[in-house]
Design a protein around this ligand. Structure first.
Ligand code: CA2
Length: 151
């Protein structure tokens, strides 16, 4: 059976493509989901793609991932990146390879976005490539979890 990865999205990412296109681009979250499925499919991986505004729900999804033997996680924690010790603790608790992705280059933005609590627990961090970063994160994760590319 195909390995599954979770692609988790935090607060306000449901607005992708509808506001602030100069910052976040014109792709919607539905477009990002399609991109993730296409990229994961090339590596024989199945995707469970989710978005929530709730920190606790993100934490619960990590524990659910552990219970369901999910192979890897890509997360854009959005605003929680800069505040959430609870999500960092969840990453460390479940020990599932996790890649953090940001659409924008958070280091070019306001000072308060330069630090991410999540990065300490992440296997890798991608930022600044726009939504293409999701595909890069999945490719990288596929290598880490030993998924074979299909040509
Ligand atoms: O660059 C990223 O992906 C961020 O995670 C996006 C977060 C921000 O708080 C992080 O610092 C960096 C914001 C997500 C809000 O998404 C919107 C998308 C379109 C319009 C409005 C908000």
């Amino acid at each position: 059976m195909a390995k599954t990865i979770y692609v988790l999205n935090g607060p306000n990412l449901n607005s992708l493509g509808t506001r602030e296109p100069e910052k976040y681009g014109r792709s919607t979250l539905k477009d990002v989901e399609k991109l993730c499925r296409k990229t994961a499919g090339r590596h024989g991986l199945a995707v469970d793609f989710r978005q929530t505004a709730r920190e606790g729900e993100l934490v619960e999804w990590f524990h659910e991932a552990k219970a369901k033997k999910v192979a890897g996680i890509v997360i854009n924690p959005a605003g929680y990146s800069h505040t959430s010790i609870a999500i960092l603790d969840a990453i460390n608790a479940v020990a599932i390879p996790t890649v953090e992705i940001h659409i924008t280059n958070i280091h070019q933005r306001e000072e308060f976005r330069h630090h991410s609590y999540i990065s300490k627990g992440a296997k890798a961090v991608i930022c600044g490539f726009g939504v293409a970063g999701y595909a890069l994160a999945i490719q990288g994760l596929a290598g880490v979890i030993g998924a074979k590319a299909k040509n």
